[in-house]
Ligand binder design. Structure first.
Ligand SMILES: [Zn+2]
Length: 217
């Protein structure tokens, strides 16, 4: 295999590993989540309707810049337009993780952004994880609203739908999705016992500075 083929194969394997990790960590059930990585001027994305345990590197679908797949490829995730739209709008993003994890989805259905109740909300890149306005799944409009909500950060909720996390690498996007789900659970729990004491803008600015000094950016 050429170096490029090796790299593509490694990325296909990494996408399968992220899907399995999401299933194991309870972020996903059945066939609801999808994962992609930027590849050339297109992307590699999970196929539609294949459970994580049945995914193989070869089942991952390569799409070109126009969204076309090679002959014989499986059908791509119904959310491929959102993935493609995010790569088109965010040159800093090479990986997109989308899931319907329980607490993030509860808040998304309630139309509630996740405020800074806990300092680790900062992994999302912003003090609050916003909610992108509702758009039907599979539409290019969903990419537009998600991109706007993601501006300046790495995660957002999709109203009445779920969660999306983006980053430079698949591992980092998975870690952000996992932490945002945890933050959603903490906020949900705090609301149930009278509501959280939110961190102030100054306290969150201090946290971002500390992470910067710590070398986490
Ligand atoms: Zn979805």
């Amino acid at each position: 295999m050429s170096e490029t083929q090796d790299q593509e194969q490694a990325l296909r394997e990494a996408i399968c590993a992220v899907m399995r990790a999401m299933e194991q960590r309870g972020l996903n059930r059945g066939t609801s989540g999808n994962v992609s990585a930027r590849w050339g001027d297109g992307l590699l994305v999970t196929p539609s309707g294949v459970p994580a345990q049945d995914l193989t590197p070869q089942s991952i679908v390569r799409l070109d810049a126009a969204g076309a797949a090679p002959e014989g490829a499986l059908r791509p995730s119904s959310e491929w337009r959102m993935h493609a739209g995010l790569y088109a709008r965010r040159s800093d993003v090479n990986a997109v993780v989308h899931c319907h994890s329980r607490y993030a989805t509860i808040l998304a259905c309630a139309g509630r952004p996740i405020p800074p109740a806990h300092y680790m909300i900062s992994v999302s890149g912003k003090a609050t994880v916003p909610v992108a306005p509702y758009q039907p799944f599979g539409t290019a409009a969903l990419a537009d609203t998600a991109a706007i909500a993601l501006e300046g950060g790495y995660a957002c909720l999709l109203a009445n739908h779920g969660l999306v996390a983006v980053s430079k690498t698949l591992g980092r996007a998975l870690a952000i999705a996992e932490e945002v789900e945890e933050q959603a659970a903490v906020y949900h729990g705090a609301l149930a016992i009278g509501g959280p004491n939110l961190l102030s803008e100054a306290q969150m600015a201090d946290i971002f500075q500390r992470f910067k000094d710590y070398g986490q950016g």
